[in-house]
Design a protein around this ligand. Structure first.
Ligand code: CP
Length: 327
């Protein structure tokens, strides 16, 4: 326990958290990202205790407001809030008064009137968390907005890479799949490049535009080139809608050209990490024997999601002095 406090004190010297919200990694400095990771590292151990609870956010009220389906993000935010002793409520948007025509901003104003402190929001439209954050005095955490950002996913990816490789700076990370429509890819590009990794984006030209190079990354449409020399290969889900929109000829064709199976993995470094934010389309972007094989850290990513979300809630809530949290 003493070690946890020392680690966090040292980390807090790197940066101070001054933001009300966590909306994306693009707007964060490398020091702020490092602070989130260091805080998550210090919280990770709480989930291994027999009694997985500390009083850090006692008295705070958090609302989970998801307009899109979610298994991992929604559940891990709920667990994170509970492990920090916050009260959390899940609002089912299909059962809310928004179905009767209430606007999003009126809904948020009414939640504020109920004296909530934080709102975690996922929405299909890019920019909705930013809009709400400007209008609300509550802290807003973006749990994924359209194809824009998914900051806590990228943070848990960074935490997992750091845990397994010891560092992020200097690593070669290849992200493979539907980059054009991926909020996970965008947040990872910001996070990885700010922390000094070299990022390669790979997929069919219809899903990986050459213009992405403006973000300081390499683009290749050749999967073997993307895998060769990579320390980390991160696969993204290919949505069935992309086939309907004629962006990929067929999922079978995608698998043949870009899917990772045991044979293709032979081109990778012997210690490559295989990552995926989930949900995985087994047999499309990733074969089961790779998804469940020794290189895969997919479930470690999920585990790290709780610590990252504890850190996000803790820091945006104003992070009372660490010594006072009882961690
Ligand atoms: N990675 C991710 O966002 O998963 P969920 O959609 O299940 O939250």
């Amino acid at each position: 326990m003493a070690e946890t406090t020392v680690t966090t004190r040292a980390s807090l010297q790197m940066a101070q958290w001054t933001k009300k919200d966590l909306l994306g990694l693009r707007e964060l400095s490398a020091e702020e990202i490092q602070l989130l990771l260091a805080t998550a590292e210090s919280f990770r151990e709480i989930s291994l205790r027999p009694i997985k609870k500390v009083p850090a956010l006692r008295g705070k009220t958090v609302v989970n407001l998801f307009f899109e389906p979610s298994t991992r993000t929604r559940t891990s935010f709920e667990l994170a809030a509970k492990r920090l002793s916050a009260d959390i409520i899940n609002i089912s948007t299909s059962a809310s008064s928004m179905t009767k025509g209430e606007t999003m901003l009126d809904t948020i104003k009414n939640l504020e009137a109920l004296k909530i402190d934080m709102v975690i929001i996922r929405h299909a439209a890019a920019g909705v968390p930013q809009l709400i954050a400007r209008a609300s005095s509550a802290s807003i955490i973006n749990a994924g907005d359209g194809a824009h950002e998914h900051p806590t996913q990228a943070l848990l990816d960074l935490l997992t890479i750091k845990e397994k490789k010891g560092q992020i700076e200097g690593l070669n990370v290849s992200i493979v799949g539907d980059i054009a429509h991926s909020r996970v890819a965008r947040s990872n590009v910001w996070g990885l490049t700010k922390l000094g990794a070299s990022v390669t984006l790979c997929g069919p030209p219809t899903l990986v535009p050459q213009t992405m190079t403006q973000f300081g990354v390499r683009v290749t449409w050749d999967i073997e080139e993307a895998i060769r020399g990579a320390d980390v290969v991160m696969l993204l889900r290919i949505q069935h809608e992309r086939q309907e929109a004629m962006l990929v000829p067929s999922l079978r064709e995608y698998r043949l050209r870009y899917g990772i199976d045991r044979q293709r993995l032979k081109h990778a470094k012997p210690d490559v990490l295989i990552m995926h934010p989930g949900p995985v389309n087994r047999g499309v972007e990733l074969d089961s024997d790779v998804a469940d094989g020794p290189h895969s850290v997919i479930l470690d990513q999920v585990t790290n999601g709780v610590a990252v979300r504890m850190a996000a809630l803790y820091l945006v809530s104003g992070g009372a002095k660490f010594e006072e949290t009882g961690v």
